[in-house]
Design a protein around this ligand. Structure first.
Ligand SMILES: NC(=O)c1ccc[n+]([C@@H]2O[C@H](COP(=O)([O-])OP(=O)(O)OC[C@H]3O[C@@H](n4cnc5c(N)ncnc54)[C@H](O)[C@@H]3O)[C@@H](O)[C@H]2O)c1
Ligand SMILES: O=C(O)[C@H](O)CO
Length: 317
């Protein structure tokens, strides 16, 4: 059985092990695969493992032996799942492996916007406190989270982890999801997407990228937001119309943004959000704790084993 890992480097830059997968079968491990080389590299493969290397309809059509695509991520928008399904190819993802890490990053971004720890520590390192006439100073309003409202769009595994932390901070939580089969916990109030935009002091995006959620953050929805509000996106870059968000930030229409994802990664020169006012951007690190990547590799292996045993789990699409 030929198993090809297309873009193994980010999940394992050398500090974890592919042993759980290699225990199942020999694997051809590539750090990176340009999309133009995927079909050639995977010729004869029955199994492809990918994180962000796209598996398009054209690539699927060029691989007659392909039976299984294992996505080493929760978000699986890089795979043409409809094309895979037409061919009977099973596609799986890994839910939940990074939820604590992503929820933590949401608050790292939000707290940087409310307290500017990095900025103030830098001014102290530069000697400003020693020359200050007062015992303290601050360069931005220091904003309390307690009593404010966090809006969560996509109240699934990560969204609910974010909600629990928000409640611990004393925040009110408004949450939007496709359907509420189970009532939300105390402190969390179901809301429509427009209510979330209009009533929140900070909004955090945790829905998957689909046709329905692309550019969910756009000129209209940004126009509903409070001028003092922040937006946090650790979901997927295309959830946001980047030109509209950059314009809203630069004009002061909203107060700030914390983004872990962009529409093209790595971003191209000229991305309007890089350098936009009060816009903090991290390079897609929400999932990247070592603990999360160990869980990810273990789950990737158990997903493959379940498929080989004829009882696939975590099937998407
Ligand atoms: N930054 C990172 O490193 C990182 C890491 C993991 C996941 N992610 C992203 O986070 C996303 C969410 O992950 P998760 O584990 O919480 O997934 P999940 O499936 O548990 O939750 C997604 C939620 O979104 C809701 N949803 C779907 N469409 C919606 C819509 N149109 N409007 C409102 N809600 C909608 C679903 O009902 C569900 O409750 C992933 O799809 C992925 O894109 C990013
Ligand atoms: O979806 C995920 O799991 C992260 O974005 C890492 O790929």
């Amino acid at each position: 059985m030929k198993i090809v890992l297309l873009d193994a480097y980010t999940a394992n830059p050398g500090d974890v092990s592919w042993a759980p997968l290699q225990a199942i079968a020999e694997c051809e491990i590539h750090d990176r695969t340009p999309v133009t080389e995927t079909a050639a590299r995977c010729a004869g493969a029955e199994v492809i493992i990918t994180n962000k290397a796209p598996v398009t309809r054209e690539i699927i059509a060029a691989l007659p032996d392909l039976k299984y695509i294992g996505v080493t991520a929760t978000g699986y928008n890089i795979v043409d799942v409809a094309a895979a399904k037409e061919r009977g190819i099973v596609v799986t993802n890994v839910p939940g492996y990074s939820s604590p890490a992503v929820a933590q990053l949401v608050f790292a971004l939000l707290l940087e916007l409310t307290n500017h720890v990095g900025h103030h520590a830098q001014t102290v390192a530069e000697g400003r406190w020693q020359s200050c006439p007062d015992f303290c100073y601050w360069d931005f309003p220091i904003i309390e989270l307690s009593g404010r409202t966090l809006g969560i769009i996509g109240y699934g595994d990560i969204g609910s982890a974010v909600g629990r932390i928000a409640v611990a901070f004393g925040m009110k939580v408004l949450a939007s999801k496709r359907d509420w089969k189970v009532a939300p916990p105390e402190g969390v109030t179901p809301a429509s997407i427009d209510e979330v935009f209009a009533q929140s002091d900070a909004i955090s995006l945790h829905c998957p990228l689909t046709d329905a959620t692309k550019h969910l953050v756009n000129g209209r929805t940004l126009g509903l937001m409070k001028e003092s509000a922040f937006i946090i996106n650790t979901g997927r870059g295309p959830l946001v119309d980047e030109a509209a968000l950059a314009a809203a930030l630069n004009s002061g229409r909203i107060a700030g943004a914390g983004l872990d994802v962009l529409s093209v990664e790595p971003p191209k020169d000229g991305n309007p959000l890089i350098g936009a006012k009060n816009c903090l951007i991290t390079p897609h690190i929400g999932w990247a704790s070592r603990e999360a990547r160990v869980r990810l590799i273990a789950a990737t292996a158990s997903n493959l084993q379940a498929f080989l045993d004829g009882k696939p789990v975590n099937v998407v699409g």
